[in-house]
Design a binder for this molecule. Structure first.
Ligand code: PLP
Length: 254
């Protein structure tokens, strides 16, 4: 994209690292396939989103070589830098999803690189993203509307983000009315206080009412390494897996 990146040869992962990522990816795919079979679902109905936050572009490049095309990121500006770098040197069409909480002042850059945001939880954030996407479309930095999932808060701990159930409908209506956002579904993060089976069932029942009113918003981002089986059983369309594929996150981000 810019001169500095053009000049630098892209970093590549070591053969050992590529082998490790390949093995982990195979295992995660096998586990997802098994969960789908157990739930009587088609494996193609559940996306595996590889969460690459904190890991260098070289790892993402290795994953692209292994056939991965969609990545979950949660930190700005790390995410935007990686997305720009990888798009500049990859012919494949890549999707970058923002899955973490977004400070409103960072919405501007997220609106440039993100194909989908899983973590919209307020009118103000939705408005900021809409404005950012409008500008990015205008400037030719992007060519599509931003897909949006609403993050449900199931444990009422405001620090973990998400909209409480009582405010979900108003937020959904607000997002549906914004020109540059497309309401695509819901996202949940495991609350700390309940077993996956209990809270997934609650999330799934909230989703039934939501789908009644927004029948096109069918995406359901739910499940990570620890609760993938329950999530798939309760209708997840996207599991977000980081550690099980990438290994333990480094302390410092690239
Ligand atoms: C980091 C993250 C993940 C991945 O978590 P792992 O435990 O590393 O698999 C999933 N979802 C969200 C929202 C995250 O921030």
């Amino acid at each position: 994209m810019n001169d500095a990146e053009d000049a630098a040869a892209p970093e590549v992962a070591t053969p050992e690292r590529v082998a490790e990522l390949s093995d982990n990816l195979d295992a995660a795919r096998a586990r997802l396939a098994q969960a789908c079979t157990a739930a009587g679902r088609d494996v193609d109905d559940v996306d595996l989103l590889v969460v690459t936050k904190f890991f260098p572009a070289a790892d993402v490049r290795a994953l692209i070589g292994l056939g991965v095309r969609a990545f979950g990121e949660s930190r700005e500006p790390e995410a935007g830098r990686k997305a720009a770098e990888l798009r500049a040197d990859t012919a494949e069409s890549l999707a970058f999803h923002m899955i973490g909480q977004i400070q409103r002042k960072k919405a501007k850059t997220v609106g440039r690189w993100a194909d989908r945001v899983h973590s919209v939880d307020s009118d103000r954030l939705a408005d900021a993203l809409d404005t950012a996407v409008a500008a990015a479309l205008d400037e030719g930095d992007r060519h599509t509307p931003l897909e949006v999932l609403l993050q449900l808060n199931l444990d009422s701990d405001p620090d973990r983000g998400g909209v409480v159930v009582g405010d979900l409908e108003a937020l959904a209506d607000h997002v549906a009315g914004l020109e540059h956002l497309r309401l695509r579904g819901l996202m949940v993060i495991a609350p700390q206080t309940e077993t996956p089976e209990v809270w997934m069932e609650r999330a799934a029942s909230i989703r039934v009412g939501f789908l009644d009113r927004h029948p096109d918003a069918v995406e359901f981002s739910a499940g990570m390494s620890g609760d993938l089986d329950e999530a798939v059983r309760h209708g997840s369309t996207c599991v977000r897996v980081g550690t099980a594929i990438m290994g333990a996150r480094p302390i410092r981000s690239p």
